[in-house]
Design a protein. Structure first.
Lengths: 826, 131
């Protein structure tokens, strides 16, 4: 700690603090322009100049100068003000000052500073720029005439996002920010540069000229897409979400978002949203009143329950409170067949982690990742499924020199990070590599084996998995594998990352168990700062597991329900917030289930492919239209808040489920989300310590920052041999989409409008395929056509297709296997 | 005392003489308003559009909350007021809107004959204000 005096006030701060940080500590505000909390000190603008007693003769930038013992700092004096005013004049020499038509007007740092310094005239004269606006992409507009060269966009895109779109070009007066070859912006559109630009030089296009910042109502909520659980601040105008506002004061994401959170809100206002309940009459779905629809649904479901039973299939977009009501409804109906997210995919958490560690959740929290020394990511897709955690990994590398090891079948954003080490394996062999790493730790005596159960059996089961064997099988270099294992074991703080979700159902339990075994041997679970992260694909995947939206007792899981329904052994299906026909593995099976089942109810935002086959369709509300809580992939319970009213007669899932339960004779009712949340605590002890109204802006983490395992049990798991063929197809998540909802959102669609199949240059050359050609991909006896996308991410023989686009029919081919053996032709 | 009364009455009687009345024979006679008079608003036209750039400063400053602006992008990519209207029934003719306008697109004329029969007629749309 260092002591110093600022404007006569004594301050004690850590020795890494800057003068600016120290001043802020005691409530002294130094004007800044290029400084940003989340970026490294830079010192571009010189607004923050202060006087330091010990450094007489010149003024010192407060934002870049570290504190030192006994410093005496003056932050305002006539001289300082004069200099700052001059800085302002310099900035305004070539600033266009088109505030009336600049969307930043009203929240522009330059405006605020000009106002503060009372700058109304300028002693200097210069030519204003007249550069063309960069509008080549549909999401972000750049007007470099307004740029003040603070470098915040350049830095955030590099330091945080890891993309590196921008750089300064030219010299002196001509300096400007440009993209590669000044061709205009074409990037991953996370919008971080939009958030950080202090002026109106980078603006969100969908919000162009829509409103002034002061007209907008801000509602803090949680992103409805992935399990990252980023807090978003909805910008609402006239019951419509017009934009997402930058807010780094709340939540765990430090204001960072990905394209889905930043630009993917538009589906909420989509014209095709369902607004009235539908009931099938004479083969057609027709609009009816709520009461009728509920009555038909209630009768259908209770008849089915008296017959062969009802299966309930939920998505993971419901709030915890709605999940609770859903469980209640299942009890009222009397069915044990309750499941979520297609079943298999979350088994890594509910079974894999449970058997090894005795917990059903990630053991660490995301902020801890940033200070990890070694991070092992399983699959390169983690950045695509959870982009903002990816940004934390990027910062761990850039700021704290973390070593990243990626076990992946393809390259991706993670493998491109600085010093990232990629163990590039043949597709489907991740499990073998994890086992081999465990074996290395055991053989070399690096493993922490105290208190581990089943050690001997585990050792025996690993005998086959020597690094050399595995290297031969997978194509990974044995020495690299060994060294990576050693690094993981040697680190004080380390993390293992694995995402789960619908496209990753194969061997999910086994893969998670293998990761947990390795984590145990490396001493990760329960150690402060380290963590095993098994992250759910959807906004409330973890909540669904916590609340137990799982088959109970003899209940059937998702896949069994669908199979049973297809075989005529289940009489009704109730599908909520999910479009199984578009997204579940094995479409034929799902279609057959929907066709054969006697009665089906679907509850969704849109008339999905599944809803089209239903007997009753309930119009549901989106995340922006309801109150409640989501639990993100690191166990953080956060408040979801209503920003707008639902379109037409759409109701929240909770309201629909309650009304249906009522029709079925359950008279239980709750006075709002807080009461339900309190009730959840009775079932789920981990939630009992929290009060709904006391969940603050950072949320609350159940189980503490480091979740202690209740068991340390090694579970031997063996790898399945993936089918062998010339071409293998893997599916997964794309960065621009999440689940099937984002295909209704104009932002993500603008960047990735349709399905595609990606292949490496080598294969493309061999097949004579160019970008955009139609490719026939056949496997599992089915052939589909997809547009080709050629790049150098994929090794020879591997194809990748994202699973979001139901109309492409990828899940006709993909039946839940790790890799699909396919043949490809033009 | 009588002197004072006589003086006072002389002023009174003087005003009764022709040509000394302050009453104007409205509507046959109309006064010329002062240049600073704050009457009906006018949107100043520019070459091919209104001068207004839809910056929202007038609706923001208006104490009567009677200005509605909706901005949009025109074919040239410029910001323009797709909707601009003033509800004259609520306007208090304070002139703040004119003062707030950064591009001098709004002024107040000397028109004060604003009476009308229907409420709708007090809504001055962009087209009416541009006249
Ligand atoms: S960037 Fe700020 S100062 Fe510049 S035109 Fe826009 S609002 Fe005005
Ligand atoms: S949107 Fe994101 S990726 Fe694109 S330039 Fe801005 S910060 Fe970089
Ligand atoms: S574009 Fe914005 S963030 Fe980037 S340097 Fe210019 S002013 Fe700063
Ligand atoms: S999709 Fe996930 S990573 Fe992206 S903003 Fe939403 S919660 Fe964050
Ligand atoms: S004159 Fe005053 S009350 Fe009338 S529109 Fe202008 S600001 Fe509003
Ligand atoms: S804020 Fe310190 S130099 Fe810009």
């Amino acid at each position: 700690m260092v002591n110093l005096t600022i404007d006569g006030k004594q301050v004690t701060v850590s020795k890494t603090a800057t003068i600016y940080d120290a001043a802020k500590e005691v409530g002294i505000n130094i004007p800044v322009l290029c400084y940003a909390k989340k970026l490294l000190p830079y010192g571009a603008c010189r607004f923050c100049l202060v006087q330091v007693e010990q450094m007489k003769g010149r003024l010192i930038p407060a934002c870049t100068t570290p504190v030192s013992e006994g410093m005496v700092v003056t932050t305002t004096s006539e001289e300082i003000q004069k200099v700052r005013k001059t800085v302002m004049e310099f900035l305004l020499v070539n600033h266009v000052l088109d505030c009336p038509v600049c969307d930043k007007g009203g929240e522009c740092d330059l405006q605020d500073l000009a106002y503060e310094f009372g700058s109304i005239s300028n002693r200097f004269e210069g030519v204003k720029f007249d550069l063309p606006t960069d509008e080549i992409n549909p999401l972000i507009e750049r007007n470099m005439n307004r740029c003040v060269l603070c470098g915040r966009c350049v830095r955030v895109c590099d330091e945080v996002v890891g993309y590196g779109s921008y750089s300064f070009i030219n010299r002196g007066f001509e300096t400007k920010i440009a993209t590669a070859y000044d061709r205009g912006l074409n990037c991953e559109f996370c919008g971080q540069c939009v958030s950080l630009c202090p002026v109106g030089a980078i603006l969100p296009r969908p919000f162009k000229f829509k409103a002034r910042p002061w007209q907008i109502k801000e509602v803090d909520s949680v992103c409805g897409y992935c399990g990252n659980g980023c807090t978003v601040t909805l910008g609402v105008l006239d019951n419509k979400i017009e934009t997402i506002r930058f807010n780094d004061e709340i939540g765990v994401n430090d204001g960072n978002l990905c394209i889905r959170g930043r630009f993917g809100y538009a589906y909420v206002n989509h014209q095709k949203r369902l607004t009235k309940p539908l009931v099938r009459k004479e083969g057609q779905l027709v609009e009816v009143e709520w009461d009728e629809a509920l009555q038909v649904a209630a009768e259908g479901l209770s008849n089915a329950q008296n017959g062969q039973g009802v299966g309930i299939l939920s998505g993971a977009r419901l709030t915890n409170e709605e999940f609770f009501l859903l469980k209640n409804l299942a009890k009222t109906i009397g069915t044990d067949h309750l499941d979520h997210s297609g079943g298999e995919c979350y088994k890594g958490v509910s079974e894999g982690l449970n058997e090894t560690l005795g917990v059903k959740a990630s053991t660490g929290t995301f902020p801890q990742l940033e200070s990890c020394d070694v991070i092992l990511a399983i699959r390169s897709d983690f950045w695509e499924t959870h982009p903002v955690v990816g940004m934390v990994v990027n910062q761990a590398i850039r700021r704290n020199d973390a070593q990243l090891v990626v076990v992946a079948d393809k390259r991706g954003k993670l493998t491109k990070l600085p010093r990232a080490r990629t163990l590039l394996t043949k597709a489907g062999y991740e499990l073998s590599i994890l086992n081999a790493m465990s074996k290395v730790l055991l053989d070399e005596g690096l493993a922490q084996v105290d208190g581990l159960q089943n050690l001997d059996a585990f050792k025996a089961a690993l005998s086959e998995y020597t690094p050399e064997n595995v290297a031969q099988q997978t194509g990974v270099d044995a020495d690299l594998l060994k060294d990576s294992a050693r690094k993981l074991a040697g680190a004080k703080k380390s993390a293992i990352l694995l995402a789960y979700g619908l496209p990753y159902t194969a061997q999910s339990k086994e893969l998670a168990a293998a990761a947990a075994n390795l984590a145990l041997l490396a001493g990760i679970p329960g150690r402060a700062g380290s963590g095993l992260y098994l992250c759910g694909e959807k906004a409330n995947s973890q909540g669904a597991i916590d609340l137990g939206v799982l088959p109970a007792g003899n209940g059937l899981g998702a896949q069994q329900m669908l199979t049973a329904a297809g075989e005529g052994k289940l009489d009704a299906l109730y599908v909520i917030a999910e479009d199984p026909i578009s997204s579940y593995p094995d479409r034929q099976m799902v279609e057959q289930a929907m066709d054969k089942v006697g009665f089906s109810v679907v509850q969704d935002l849109f008339l999905s492919a599944t809803a089209e086959k239903a007997d009753v369709v309930f119009p549901a509300a989106s995340f922006a239209e309801k109150e409640g809580t989501f639990t993100n992939a690191e166990r953080r319970i956060q408040r979801v808040r209503q920003g707008i009213k639902s379109p037409g007669e759409a109701k929240t899932d909770g309201a629909i489920i309650s009304a249906l339960a009522n029709k079925l004779g359950n008279t239980l009712s709750f006075t709002g989300e807080a009461a339900i949340f309190a009730e959840i605590g009775k079932d789920v002890p981990a939630y009992a310590e929290f009060n709904y109204h006391e969940i603050g802006s950072q949320g609350v983490v159940w189980g503490g920052e480091t979740l202690a395992p209740t068991r340390r049990n090694l579970v031997s798991v063996s790898a399945e041999q993936p089918a062998s063929a010339d071409y293998h197809l893997v599916t997964g998540s794309a960065l621009y989409h999440s689940g099937t909802v984002s295909v209704h959102a104009s932002g993500p669609l603008a960047v990735m409008p349709e399905a595609y199949v990606e292949l490496g240059r080598e294969d493309a050359a061999a097949l004579g395929v160019n970008d955009g050609d139609l490719l026939k991909v056949a496997g599992n006896g089915v052939e589909i056509q997809l547009k080709a996308k050629v790049d150098n991410r994929l090794p020879k023989g591997l194809l990748f297709a994202p699973y979001h686009f139901g109309n492409a029919g990828l899940n006709k081919l993909y039946r839940g296997e790790a890799v699909v053996a396919v043949s490809v032709s033009k | 005392m009588f002197k004072a009364i006589a003086k006072g009455l002389s002023i009174t009687f003087k005003h009764m003489l022709p040509g000394h009345s302050t009453t104007v024979q409205y509507p046959t006679v109309r006064l010329k308003m002062s240049d600073r008079y704050r009457g009906l608003h006018r949107l100043v036209p520019a070459q091919d559009r209104e001068k207004c750039v839809a910056c929202y400063l007038c609706p923001t400053v208006c104490p009567a909350k009677c200005i509605t602006v909706e901005s949009a992008e025109n074919e040239k990519g410029e910001k323009y007021p797709k909707v601009y209207k003033i509800d004259m029934l609520r306007c208090i003719f304070c002139g703040y809107c004119v003062e707030a306008c950064p591009v001098e697109a709004l002024e107040m004329t000397d028109a004060y004959e604003l009476a009308n029969y229907r409420r709708e007629d007090f809504e001055f749309t962009k087209e009416r204000l541009l006249k």
